[in-house]
Design a protein around this ligand. Structure first.
Ligand code: GLC
Ligand code: GLC
Length: 650
């Protein structure tokens, strides 16, 4: 059907914006025409019952046009170059790091001086943790935003961010920031107006006169922070009402059943896009739609909203990719890449939270079978989308994979999870890990895990005991974990401090704004004097930094390791060893990871049955191998790994 009425709306909007169609704008116009029926249908699926739906739909069109007309010429050119390249974000050239600006460099201005350090490491995508204004002491690390447009004074100003962006561009670096879509701080202007009794703004949130509806919701909604913020509602004495607060009581959930909220937040999304953001991390998208009688997570309408946002971004600011931070069960994560007619048309990226947690599972047990049991789900990720792969981030590690995956490996799911929690919180005898349980829920027995990569890998303990052998073991564990996340496919995202082995920092316990949240133990303050050790041969910092740097440089040389949906898991005939092949055209890389505290033997047959018959070169150790007989073995040392490329004789 020719959608004349819809196309006319675009024409009228363009006329209002005085946008004459010139050759540079032609592609914007075609993108708009191509996407408008989807935008129309997604919008009306959510909002057709709203009495203002038609007026707000016109506002949506104007918002998209404004985003494009506001877009700097330079950014439009970058958009075109990215579109021309196609799936630019799948490249193996990209490697990222998440960091808190204040804890890493103090301010945005000072960060400019640290770009060299990041460049040297091999990092070219910077995820700057939330930068926008957030009340001190009630900020959840910046995830409680009181002004979506104003940089928090702790970090500097908007023009500092723009200057930094420009400096990053000169170094071919990409920028990732968050949009905290699900909630605002209770000090955001909308929340303040709601508190003061303004009905219009009360409708921006889930606000109720009494506990009736909140009680209904609470029956089926899980608690996210049961220790620090039990329940899902908070009483607001100023207006004598209850408001939904799924996370902390100072984070008020936005009500996306109200189309005006969507449009205003879309304007914020475009504001970020026009700052030159390359990847927008959509915080907590699983939570953005609520219905009583459900868990209010991963609801179909949340996906409809994300698809709508994706279509709008694709039209106005197509160079900005979307990352959905959905830390949910494996099958549920996959859905954030889009399904059915929206396959690869929702989020471009999602965190491979399942794989991340399963690496920790394998490291504790020395057994890779649970990891293997999950792969049939993870491999369903559609082509043209990408994982973010990682070992640690600013959040806790949740053991959110399915029980059947654990059972398939022959373990009892309940006992297995208990073991992992005890192992990483250090209460399991003989465990070298020093982490802590996060958000323990006595009602369900659930808990997640906090701690830095280094402390969880035993480095803190080994240093405390001054045990050289254990230090070496933990350095090997750190590199094993990083290597797996760098080569499995996706955009690797390091967490600052992990590149040189920062252990837990317990100073947060002395700060009232943080002491209730032990995730702060793994969010270090960078000490640049300590960082100088990366130049001193043989120090722990140098060993971890140079290993990480080497891994990133190997990764940049091998295009097969980007997320091209070219991953094949294999069985190395040894439960301690994880193995997969990355292949494209004729080049093939066989990656093997030994999670055992003893040497592991891998029969050469494992290679032959996968068609490897030639010589092998290990990019990591620099060794060459000739494939031997079936009853001979490749021997991999404890917590070592191989990145073997087949060398085909000319
Ligand atoms: C996301 C963030 C987390 C925060 C939560 C609430 O999950 O990663 O740090 O606590 O959202 O905004
Ligand atoms: C929950 C959320 C996740 C968030 C985390 C913060 O697990 O699902 O989005 O990162 O809480 O701890």
């Amino acid at each position: 059907m020719y959608e004349y009425q819809l196309h006319k709306k675009i024409d009228q909007g363009l006329e209002k914006a005085f946008l004459k169609i010139q050759s540079g704008h032609l592609s914007f116009y075609s993108r708009f025409i191509a996407n408008i029926s989807s935008i129309n249908s997604l919008f009306h699926q959510l909002y057709s019952i709203d009495k203002n739906a038609d007026v707000l739909f016109e506002r949506l069109i104007e918002t998209i046009i404004k985003a494009f007309t506001d877009r700097a010429e330079q950014l439009q050119q970058i958009d075109n170059a990215k579109i021309e390249k196609g799936n630019w974000f799948l490249s193996n050239d990209l490697a990222g790091m998440s960091l808190y600006v204040d804890r890493f460099s103090g301010t945005l201005k000072n960060l400019e001086e640290k770009l060299e350090y990041l460049d040297d490491l091999g990092v070219n995508v910077l995820h700057l943790m939330p930068l926008f204004e957030s009340p001190d002491g009630e900020s959840d690390g910046g995830y409680a935003v009181s002004d979506f447009r104003k940089i928090d004074k702790r970090f500097g100003t908007l023009s500092d961010l723009k200057n930094l962006r420009q400096k990053m561009r000169e170094k071919n670096m990409f920028l990732m920031i968050d949009i905290v879509l699900n909630h605002t701080s209770h000090h955001h202007e909308w929340a303040e107006k709601a508190k003061a009794g303004d009905k219009k703004f009360q409708d921006f949130f889930y606000m109720y006169d009494d506990r009736n509806i909140p009680d209904e919701y609470d029956k089926t909604m899980p608690e996210i922070f049961p220790e620090a913020a039990p329940g899902n509602f908070t009483f607001v004495p100023e207006c004598d009402k209850w408001v939904m607060t799924v996370f902390h009581n100072y984070q008020w959930d936005l009500n996306y059943a109200n189309p005006e909220v969507l449009i205003l937040m879309l304007e914020n999304i475009f504001f970020y896009a026009n700052l030159g953001v390359d990847i927008l991390r959509i915080d907590a998208p699983a939570f953005i739609w609520k219905e009583p009688g459900t868990t209010s997570q991963n609801l179909p309408q949340a996906h409809t909203l994300l698809r709508l946002i994706k279509q709008c971004v694709q039209v106005a600011t197509p160079g900005m990719a979307l990352l959905g931070e959905a830390i949910v069960a494996p099958q549920a994560i996959i859905k954030y890449f889009g399904e059915g007619e929206y396959i690869s048309q929702e989020c471009d990226f999602a965190y491979n939270a399942t794989q991340m947690a399963l690496q920790w599972d394998a490291l504790a047990t020395g057994d890779t079978r649970v990891m293997l049991a999950a792969q049939h789900v993870l491999l369903q990720k559609p082509f043209g989308t990408s994982w973010i792969t990682y070992t640690r981030c600013h959040d806790d590690i949740g053991l959110g994979y399915d029980d059947y995956m654990i059972e398939q490996a022959g373990f009892n799911a309940y006992e297995h999870r208990n073991f992992l929690k005890n192992y990483y919180s250090g209460s399991f005898t003989g465990s070298p890990s020093k982490g802590a349980l996060f958000s323990y829920n006595p009602k369900t027995g659930d808990a997640r895990i906090s701690g830095t990569l280094a402390s969880l890998c035993g480095l803190e303990n080994a240093i405390d005991e001054n045990n050289e052998e254990e230090i070496t073991t933990s350095v090997n564990k750190i590199l094993l974990m990083q290597s797996l996340s760098f080569f499995i496919g996706g955009l690797p995202m390091l967490f600052y401090g992990d590149e040189l082995g920062y252990t837990n920092d317990y100073i947060y316990l002395t700060d009232d704004g943080k002491s209730y949240d032990n995730r702060w133990m793994h969010r270090p303050n960078i000490d640049w004097t300590k960082n100088k050790n990366i130049d001193v041969k043989g120090t722990v910092e140098e060993r971890i930094f140079s290993g990480t740097k080497k891994l990133l440089s190997i990764r940049k040389k091998i295009s097969e390791v980007a997320d091209h949906s070219n991953l094949t898991w294999v069985t190395p005939h040894n439960i301690h060893v994880a193995g997969f092949i990355r292949s494209m055209k004729i080049k093939r890389l066989f990656c093997l990871y030994n999670f055992n505290d003893k040497p592991s033997f891998v029969t050469w047959y494992a290679f032959k049955e996968n068609g490897f018959t030639h010589k092998l070169y290990d990019h990591w150790s620099g060794k060459n191998y000739a494939i031997g007989k079936d009853d001979e073995y490749l021997i991999i040392q404890p917590y070592e790994f191989c990145l073997l490329e087949e060398k085909i004789d000319p």
